[in-house]
Design a binder for this molecule. Structure first.
Ligand SMILES: [Zn+2]
Length: 271
């Protein structure tokens, strides 16, 4: 099952895993297949773009590339709000050269917390080209601090969707810094902990629809503090928020709708 996913399979997998995603025009046929092989695929490499530019600028960069590095620069982008952008389908310019020992460890999924430390990078004598074998997701942040909670949550869902499609474990997901000894991305993401979150998501399956988008009404702010604490104390709701579920505050709703949100929380508790 190392055939790369088709565009339809990508959409099906991401929909099933409730990954919040949007399509960049032309993504189905955007790739660099003409310059090298694509597949067999063995895993997913997580990246950061390395800047805190406007997400639109980062997205444009990944689609087009930059001087000396033609796009697409990944199959997927992940913005600060946790939207996964479908950029390309096929070979992309993201992983570059890396260590074949790491590739072997990913294929075997046999390593402990971390794959063997990479000793290779683009252009080094013993390197192998990761663009042949890895999907890539570029996360739109500088790496000088952690990605947003929403971005991290969506990255975990995306990784779970891809691993589940191929029958892989979370050990098929690595950071660029684990592939190339030149790289430090994704910054402030411990990949062992990240893989643990992916493994847990794979065990638990796709999130509940209610987890996807938790609405806390502005009216709830006017309820007694005790009521609000009651809502937030619900473990499942709290976990959804911890995992980066979007909390949207809507102006002008009634107390009744705030109460309905409490009911949602109670329902979550029973699921
Ligand atoms: Zn990278």
């Amino acid at each position: 099952m190392a055939e790369p996913m088709t565009p339809d399979e990508v959409v099906r997998a991401l929909t099933h895993w409730r990954v919040p995603f949007r399509r960049v025009d032309g993504w189905r046929t955007r790739n660099r297949n003409k310059v090298g092989p694509w597949g067999p695929v063995y895993g997913l490499v997580v990246h950061h773009t390395g800047d805190d530019a406007d997400d639109k600028i980062d997205l444009d960069l990944i689609v087009r590339g930059r001087a000396g590095l033609p796009g697409p620069l990944a199959q997927f982008g992940c913005d600060d709000d946790g939207t996964i952008w479908l950029v390309a389908c096929g070979r992309a310019n993201h992983a570059g050269g890396g260590d074949p020992r790491v590739l072997g460890a990913v294929i075997e999924e046999s390593y402990g917390g971390y794959p063997p430390k990479s000793r290779e990078h683009t252009g080094s004598d013993g390197s192998t080209d990761g663009n042949n074998n890895f999907y890539g997701v570029e996360t739109f942040y500088s790496g000088s601090k952690a990605p947003t909670a929403q971005a991290r949550r969506s990255l975990v869902l995306l990784a779970a969707a891809i691993c589940h499609h191929h029958g892989w474990s979370a050990k098929s997901v690595i950071g660029h810094k684990e592939w190339s000894d030149w790289k430090s991305d994704p910054g402030h993401v411990d990949m062992k902990a990240f893989r643990k979150a992916v493994a847990r998501r794979l065990r638990e399956g796709p999130p509940n629809p209610v987890d996807q988008d938790v609405y806390l009404e502005r009216a709830a702010r006017r309820l007694r503090a005790a009521s609000i604490h009651l809502v937030l104390a619900d473990q499942n709701l709290k976990r959804a928020i911890d995992e980066g579920a979007k909390v949207r505050v809507i102006r002008g709703r009634t107390r009744a709708s705030a109460e309905a949100t409490k009911e949602d929380a109670a329902r979550l508790g029973r699921q």
